[in-house]
Write a new protein. Structure first.
Ligand SMILES: [Zn+2]
Length: 124
């Protein structure tokens, strides 16, 4: 599957977002190393801080299905990932992240998205 095809999956799933407050639908499609695609959408809540981003729902679904950090090749997102999701993408060891930003399609690694990030090695 190409990055463009994965981004098309993210576009398609974005229509299922639950975003009644912002009206800003986001989709994420994560490609695992075994070829599985796991999708996620943003899910908002009337208590605004409790909303969850599309990247986190996709990665959480993948973990529930048995995938672990290092199993992820690509994450495609319909918008630029927020700071918190950049930390999640780093934690899950995604090889590269493809996302739209200002009408462009951008490809970056989690380290490029969040340099000098906090990780498990900081806990020892
Ligand atoms: Zn986010």
């Amino acid at each position: 599957m190409t990055d463009d095809e994965l981004l098309a999956r993210a576009d398609a799933v974005a229509s299922r977002a639950y975003a009644p407050y912002s009206g800003f639908n986001v989709g994420c499609a994560v490609l695992t190393r075994d070829g599985t695609v796991v999708e996620g959408v943003n899910v908002e809540n009337a208590a605004y801080p409790l909303g969850v981003c599309a990247e986190r729902t996709a990665l959480s679904r993948a973990v529930a299905e048995g995938f672990r950090p290092g199993d992820f090749a690509v994450a495609a997102i319909t918008a630029a990932p927020c700071g918190g999701c950049r930390q999640w993408l780093h934690e899950m060891g995604v090889d590269r992240v493809v996302f739209r930003n200002g009408g462009r399609t951008v490809t970056m690694t989690p380290d490029e998205l969040l340099p000098e990030s906090f990780d498990s090695s900081d806990l020892t």
